[in-house]
Design a protein around this ligand. Structure first.
Ligand SMILES: *[C@@H]1O[C@H](CO)[C@@H](O)[C@H](O)[C@H]1NC(C)=O
Ligand SMILES: *[C@@H]1O[C@H](CO)[C@@H](O)[C@H](O)[C@H]1NC(C)=O
Length: 125
């Protein structure tokens, strides 16, 4: 392992350990879960959020991402607001990676993290 690789490992590990992963993106179709894009929230005190509103009987808009400020009023809960005559549901969570989706299955991420940790601890020996 050359020094450049070592530097990358040292820089990456704390980010993997600390950053909360959230789904991000916007979907329009009913019944679909929040976008498949994932992002690591970097800021302190950031939450994953999702925002869901029915535009019509058939179209549901869901928007998801990371935010500290948008979640100021809703820590780990959902609130419903009336916006232009439509009910918009707004949820925030920081309970785990990708918690802002209905079909949350963080175990894959956890397993990946553990694998990375095992991998790295191998270098320490
Ligand atoms: C939004 O996130 C909450 C958790 O905060 C979750 O229970 C809900 O199912 C999510 N909504 C969608 C549309 O994924
Ligand atoms: C979540 O993961 C477990 C095992 O990792 C799997 O058995 C289960 O089917 C998964 N659930 C979803 C909703 O993907």
């Amino acid at each position: 392992m050359n020094q450049q690789h070592l530097l990358i490992v040292l820089v990456t590990v704390p980010v993997i350990a600390l950053a909360l992963q959230c789904y991000t993106g916007t979907t329009y179709v009913r019944g679909q879960s929040v976008g498949t894009d994932k992002a690591a929230c970097n800021g302190a005190g950031e939450y994953c959020y999702n925002m869901t509103g029915d535009l019509s009987d058939l179209t549901r808009l869901t928007h998801a991402g990371c935010s500290a400020t948008r979640c100021f009023i809703a820590h780990n809960k959902c609130i419903e607001q009336n916006l232009f005559g439509k009910t918009v549901r707004f949820c925030c969570c920081n309970t785990g990676d990708l918690c802002n989706s209905r079909s949350t299955n963080a175990s894959f991420i956890d397993r990946t993290k553990n694998r990375v940790k095992d991998f790295l601890s191998g270098f320490g020996k």
